[in-house]
Ligand binder design. Sequence first.
Ligand SMILES: [Zn+2]
Length: 243
Amino acid sequence: MPYSELDILAFGAHPDDIELAIGGTIIKHVDKGYQVGVVDLTRGELGSRGDADTRSEEAAAAAKVMGINLRDKLELPDGFVEVNRENKLKVIEEIRRFRPKVILMPCETDRHPDHGNCGKLVRESCFLSGLKKIETGSQPHKPSQIFQYFLAWEYQFSFIIDVSREFARRLEAIKCYASQFHRENDETESQTLLSRPDFLDWIVNRARYYGNRIGVEYGEPFLSPGVMKASDLTKLKVGPFTT
Ligand SMILES: [Zn+2]
């Protein structure tokens, strides 16, 4: 997967986080010709279903479906993603190596501690990455934008990306993680939130709800820590049900 400087770099705590939350947005920007990469902080080895090798193979297959330019992993311990100096230096070096304009990370209030800690670790590293006295081997780099995405329920979001055209491919990328989902006669396997027979329906219904909020079929929400700039009220695109 060739890359130069990336336009967008998305961090997830586990392989499958990106596909489950924002696969459509990733595919949309790849299709627009942007250089897009994904970094998984862990290999997901603590997951109740599937081992780390299986999940790595599934992640590679999903990366192919999404068409991303890079998929890297930091191999932090699954379940114990900590916001500490050592991990910040690893994330800073990723940011400096790939020099993205935009960085995506999970919302810090997510129910899974790894997701929330991934969000905090990456946000703090985005700031520190610009400081030249922190030496990691690569030149300092500060992204121009950071946005947060949601794995569990959101409480507040700033905008929704229309992923109607990309949604079928997002589902295809999600289904690459077959070890995580319900299969016929899998009663002997551990049961998780993802292995519930109705889990994919939940994914579809959520995306439909967000799409509905902006008057399209499917959507993915994001939170911006900064305020979006506007200069022409007549050109702002706001979803239906406001008047
Ligand atoms: Zn996860």
